[in-house]
Design a protein around this ligand. Structure first.
Ligand code: NAD
Length: 498
């Protein structure tokens, strides 16, 4: 069984501790690796490597940084299959889905290749007589990324390409459940010409996270994960003087109006609820059927849910793989039980699914619960599994109110053929990312990604223009070059322009 090590200062190291964690293959249910869990000393070594590397990387020219990003883009593009296999074997998602997440990460690298354009400053000639004012942005120093299990390649790529292109150095603490993709990316960055120490990976759990949050040389922390941990990271990071963006969990609703093409809506709902076994922060977990749309919609969704092919992520015929751990399977099945107990109708039941040849795998089949009420536990909790709850409301406004009374505000979607209803929806919902007949409205890399309310703590979304802003800070220079012959009156008054 291989041991997955840290990547510090451009090489692998086992670190100084003796704690490890198990990494499973969720399809077989068997442990396939151990991952080392960092000590305070390991975290310190990674931050020191990044801190030292910042002295030169922070001064590297835009051309040099851009060249590394272009090289990295080419390498990742050439290795999509290899990265997808690592993701699929440790996360469980099917290969095509894993390749999709690498593709979306690649788009962020491509965005970061444009860093010279993105970092252009502003210049005001003759702001006052003989005085010019200009601004530019500088990197922060050592930036940290703490990431979840569900997108082991893409979510870190939301962060480090932008941070590094801006001139920062980076320490990544990926999920300990599926750590291999991060090490592979570290090797590709080195091959792309990134100097040692600019990108480091420490594996670990709360010990590693706390050491990063407390380290005096860490300037900024980007976090993506569940809401309770996001809130903790935000509070602790701020208390220790870091800049923090902390993206949390989600409960994404799609509303379906009677005027929608129901066949189209049901197909997209099924894909958005059960793709990646529902383990996406943008998965649709609540379908809100408005007016008379409910019965026909549930019939269509039931049919499509029953047709989803569940199997090992490595099997090309599979459309949906297992969930990530045995504990996740137990938790998801427990929430389905609670929904049934509280009066929801289980119209498609994925509990107890057994996949031939993979009897010990962590599989839960697609599950549809109809007649779900907002008071039920299965509605209130983020299930993070292949479970679609169907709720009914009488009007669009009631559906919007339901969405707005939810503590989360990550993504949402509307299915309709009415422009007026769609516009009312887009203006009325308190949610960060909105789809109109698009069930998973993940913004392109040149926009920024982020939710509202308990789905994001901090005021900057990730990647896109807000990512550049997060990883840099501005300087504004007011300058004059007086001629010897030119008299300027110095005054004790507060400076005003003339
Ligand atoms: P998680 O919160 O359990 O873990 C995320 C990271 O925090 C991991 O690196 C983990 O090691 C670390 N961590 C876990 N417990 C900790 C603790 N007590 N103290 C300090 N650090 C700790 O999340 P997860 O289960 O890996 O991922 C699923 C969650 O992430 C879901 O809630 C999902 O909605 C969310 N998510 C959100 C987005 C988004 O964009 N908003 C994207 C992806 C995932």
């Amino acid at each position: 069984m291989a041991t997955i090590e840290h990547w510090i200062g451009g090489e692998f190291t086992a670190g100084s501790g003796n704690r490890t964690g198990p990494v499973f293959n969720p399809a077989t249910g068997r442990q396939q690796h151990d991952v080392v869990l960092a000590t305070d000393a390991d975290v310190n070594a990674a931050v020191c490597a990044a801190h030292t590397a910042f002295e030169s990387w922070g001064q590297a020219s835009l051309s040099k940084r851009t060249k590394v990003m272009f090289n990295f883009r080419e390498l990742v593009n050439a290795r999509v299959k290899e990265i997808a296999e690592l993701v699929s074997d440790e996360h469980g998602k099917v290969l095509s889905d894993a390749a999709g997440e690498v593709q979306r990460g690649l788009e962020v690298i491509e965005f970061a290749c444009g860093i010279p354009q993105l970092l252009k400053g502003e210049y005001s000639d003759q702001a006052s007589t003989g005085v010019d004012v200009f601004s530019f942005r500088e990197p922060l120093g050592v930036c940290v990324g703490i990431t979840p299990f569900n997108f082991p390649a893409m979510v870190p790529m939301w962060m480090y390409p932008v941070a590094i292109a801006c001139g920062n150095t980076f320490v990544l603490k990926p999920s300990e459940r599926d750590p291999s993709a991060s090490n592979y990316m570290a090797e590709l960055l080195k091959e792309a010409g990134l100097p040692d120490g600019v990108f480091n990976v420490v594996h670990g759990d709360k010990t590693a996270v706390d050491a990063l949050l407390h380290h005096p040389d860490v300037a900024a922390v980007s976090f993506v994960g569940s809401t309770p941990i996001a809130r903790y990271i935000y509070e602790q990071g701020n208390a220790h003087g870091k800049r923090v963006q902390a993206l949390g969990g989600a409960k994404n609703h799609a509303i379906i109006l009677p005027d929608a093409d129901l066949e189209f809506a049901a197909g997209h709902l099924t894909a958005a609820a059960f793709g990646s076994a529902g383990e996406r922060c943008m998965a649709i977990s609540a379908a809100v059927a408005v007016g008379g749309a409910g019965d026909a919609l549930v019939d269509l969704v039931n049919r499509k849910a029953n047709e989803v092919k569940v199997g090992s992520g490595r099997d090309g015929a599979s459309e949906m793989g297992p969930v990530v751990t045995a504990a996740a399977k137990q938790r998801i099945e427990g929430l389905i039980d609670s929904g049934e107990r509280e009066g929801a109708k289980v119209t498609v039941d994925g509990r107890g699914l057994r996949v031939p040849g993979f009897e010990d795998g962590f599989f839960v089949g697609p599950t549809v619960l109809d007649q779900v009420e907002p008071s039920m536990e299965v509605y209130r909790e983020e299930v993070f599994g292949p479970v679609l709850s169907v709720v009914r409301t009488d009007t669009v406004d009631a559906a919007i109110d339901l969405i707005n009374s939810n503590p989360y505000g990550n993504g949402t979607a509307i299915f309709t053929s009415s422009g007026e209803a769609a516009r009312r929806f887009q203006r009325g919902v308190k949610v960060g990312m909105i789809g109109i007949n698009v069930p998973i409205p993940v913004p392109m890399a040149y926009y920024s990604f982020g939710g509202w309310k308990d789905s994001l703590f901090g005021d900057k979304h990730v990647h896109g223009p807000e990512g550049v802003s997060f990883y840099t800070r501005a300087k504004v220079v007011t300058a004059r070059w007086p001629h010897v012959s030119h008299a300027y009156d110095a005054s004790l008054h507060f400076p005003t322009s003339s």
